[in-house]
Design a protein around this ligand. Structure first.
Ligand SMILES: Cc1ncc(COP(=O)(O)O)c(C=O)c1O
Length: 400
């Protein structure tokens, strides 16, 4: 479905107050900080940052008394270069929203399209918890269409999603997580295409690709945003790039949606240190390090997939293997059936007596008895395997 045939209409889908929003403007929208101007427009401190300086920190802290660039064109160009695979229809900075982590993009999308107390979002449990948290904060109802809970693969059910979208015109945003959290499975692009091809729904499809760099090369749907007016693809530097501490997320989308998101965000939310570190991570040298680290994680993921089944009491792996974590069942006894009691006991025992923190996911739809384990370093994974064996052995012998 193309822009001309899509039922998506930004003018009727976005909130009227957001459409009318006049974005915050500063004098530096008109007069850039090119290093030659005397900047007396933003009530900054011309004497510099209150930081004890050493020779090595001077360069890093220079300029921190000034507000950051509100538009981040240079950083946006670097993000586009990362995802541009279609030279005839390239992504440009006009396709981008940058936020304080992709968590900010999740929230900004809600606030852009959903009128509190009236509109709804759609999510596909088991999924990332922030979609619902943001919805609740904004007084927006969540319509849930579970992944396929019958199979262990936890696939998206596009026909059921489309049915829900047909039944409720107040659903404005559908969040699809690919690779999923906690499923670790890449969503079939054809399933996303099916939702995008909904013949009547006037809403926005958001694909959250926080873990896409752990999936096979070329898996990102970001290049699709030039073809679909109502697609948003979110990414982050928190995972494969190892920069969760700087808080930088990106949303690729059509220029009109990117414009609305940029209009509603706080003007200086991307700090100068964040921007500069992100730019370095997206440089050629940064991308080499990212690829090396991803390769190590993938090799460690393969090791866990091979060695975990040798630990007595480990059941099936659920979902898929496209992220930097795995979702695995813990059994009531070796060779038995999944057990939330044992999974919870193992989770607590690992954290409280063995210094290994994983995530209990047994309360999520389709994840009964499951722990989610992030792939760590070689040494960390060795300790995880050893301590999990100890903990489960202790639990089983106590209940024997
Ligand atoms: C699926 C998913 N989306 C988004 C995020 C948030 O990422 P960020 O650190 O960019 O806010 C996470 C974090 O765990 C996640 O699992």
């Amino acid at each position: 479905m193309t822009a001309s045939t899509s039922p998506f209409n930004l003018e009727t889908c976005a909130r009227p107050n957001i459409l009318k929003l006049v974005p915050y403007r500063c004098a530096r929208d008109d007069y850039k900080d090119d290093g030659t101007n005397i900047l007396l427009d933003a009530n900054e401190n011309a004497y510099g940052p209150s930081l004890p300086l050493t020779a090595s920190s001077t360069a890093e802290t220079a300029g921190l008394n000034r507000y950051p660039d509100p538009h981040q064109h240079v950083l946006k160009s670097a993000f586009c270069a990362l995802r541009n695979t279609n030279p005839t229809k390239p992504l440009t900075p006009e396709n981008l929203f940058l936020g304080v982590g992709s968590d900010e993009a999740i929230d900004a999308l809600l606030r852009c399209f959903c009128t509190p107390g009236k509109d709804k979002i759609l999510t596909c449990p088991p999924t990332y918890g922030m979609y619902s948290v943001s919805a609740q904060v904004n007084d927006i109802e969540v319509v849930k269409v579970d992944l396929n809970l019958e199979s262990g693969n936890l696939e998206l059910r596009p026909d059921s999603i489309n049915e829900a979208l047909s039944q409720d015109a107040n659903i404005k945003v559908a969040y699809i997580c690919s690779p999923g959290n906690p499923t670790g499975a890449l969503v079939d692009p054809e399933a996303v295409k099916k939702v995008l091809a909904h013949p009547t729904w006037n809403g926005v499809v958001v694909v959250d690709e926080a873990y896409v760099d752990f999936a096979p090369e070329g898996s990102s749907l970001a290049p699709w945003v030039v073809d679909y007016p109502n697609l948003v693809v979110m990414q982050t530097l928190s995972k494969a790039f190892g920069l969760a501490g700087i808080r930088l997320g990106a949303a690729f989308t059509s220029p009109p949606i990117a414009q609305l998101l940029n209009n509603l965000k706080a003007p200086y939310s991307i700090s100068t240190p964040t921007s500069s570190l992100a730019y370095t991570a997206l440089s050629e040298a940064g991308l080499v390090i990212k690829s090396e680290n991803v390769a190590k994680i993938l090799s460690q993921r393969a090791r866990l997939l091979q060695e975990l089944p040798n630990v007595p009491g480990i059941g099936r792996f659920l979902g898929g293997f496209d992220a930097n974590f795995i979702l695995v069942e813990i059994l009531d006894r070796p060779g038995g059936k999944p057990s939330n009691t044992v999974a919870l006991a193992a989770y607590k025992g690992l954290a409280e007596t063995r210094g290994v923190v994983v995530r209990f996911r047994g309360g999520e739809n389709g994840c009964f008895g499951c722990l989610r384990m992030t792939v760590g370093t070689e040494d960390e994974n060795g300790r995880l395997l050893e301590r999990l064996r100890e903990i489960l052995g202790g639990i089983y012998s106590a209940s024997a």
